[in-house]
Design a protein around this ligand. Structure first.
Ligand SMILES: Nc1nc2c(ncn2[C@@H]2O[C@H](COP(=O)(O)OP(=O)(O)O)[C@@H](O)[C@H]2O)c(=O)[nH]1
Ligand SMILES: [Mg+2]
Length: 222
């Protein structure tokens, strides 16, 4: 019974996600869904990313959190339009559903942007199951979370198109096995690109920014 209800929720979400995808394609907006556990550095990575791509790539952000507009306030300092969603109003959902993203996108001028970044609710489980109509999904994993998370939460790493391994500036202070985490990611998703970087220092950003720009440019070129 419970499985049927969950299937229905996912079916309804998939229908809405298809409509979102159609809308974003018509508007020629590349949509990036950014997921991770809380605190791995999504907002910091996005702050730094935006500082490298504006004004070349016209961007906007939708941020999902259960409560507060802390992240929206941080990201708004980059100068881009930011819409904060609090899922508290939608029952405290641990993910952003497609209809919630659609509502938030209605508050943005999609004709004025080429890139819409969605910072999902911090969670390595639920957001992986919900299509929001995005072009690409990425997962941010930080080196303070341990090497085993890709094999503990394989769905997240399977559905993503790229992974960011963040906080590499902390490696000298940690007992962290970089090869082990890379092997664990490869075990779940062999071909996925992994960008090792520090959102704090900006180290390692060049290949990540190139990957992002090429996605946006492909979308604009149709
Ligand atoms: N040392 C270090 N700290 C970072 C880095 N990226 C983020 N942080 C810190 O990690 C904490 C959580 O970052 P935040 O961007 O809010 O994570 P989010 O919850 O995934 O959005 C903050 O204290 C950040 O300053 C990094 O590359 N290096
Ligand atoms: Mg955040």
């Amino acid at each position: 019974m419970e499985i049927k209800v969950i299937r229905k929720v996912l079916d309804v979400n998939n229908t809405m996600a298809k409509q979102n995808r159609k809308m974003f394609t018509e508007k020629e907006v590349f949509v990036l869904n950014v997921m991770s556990s809380p605190g791995s550095g999504k907002t910091t990575t996005l702050e730094k990313t935006l500082s490298y791509i504006i004004p070349e790539i016209k961007s906007a952000v939708i941020v999902g959190d259960i409560c507060t507009s802390n992240d929206a306030n941080r990201l708004a300092t980059t100068g881009v339009s930011v819409v904060q969603i609090n899922t508290d109003e939608f029952g405290g959902d641990c993910h952003l559903a497609a209809h919630v993203v659609e509502k938030a996108a209605c508050n943005l001028d999609l004709d004025a942007i080429d890139l819409l970044i969605v910072e999902n609710v911090g969670n390595l489980v639920c957001p992986a199951e919900f299509d929001i109509g995005e072009d690409a999904k990425i997962v941010v994993l930080s080196v303070t979370e341990g090497e085993d998370k890709p094999v503990k939460y394989p769905l997240m790493f399977r559905v993503c198109d790229a992974a960011i391994l963040n906080k590499i500036d902390l490696l000298p202070y940690l007992d962290y096995n970089r090869e082990e985490v890379l092997n664990n990611i490869r075990q779940v998703h062999p071909e996925m690109p992994v960008f090792e970087l520090s959102a704090k220092t900006g180290d390692g950003f060049t290949p990540w920014i190139e990957w992002l720009k090429s996605g946006v440019n492909r979308k604009i070129a149709g």
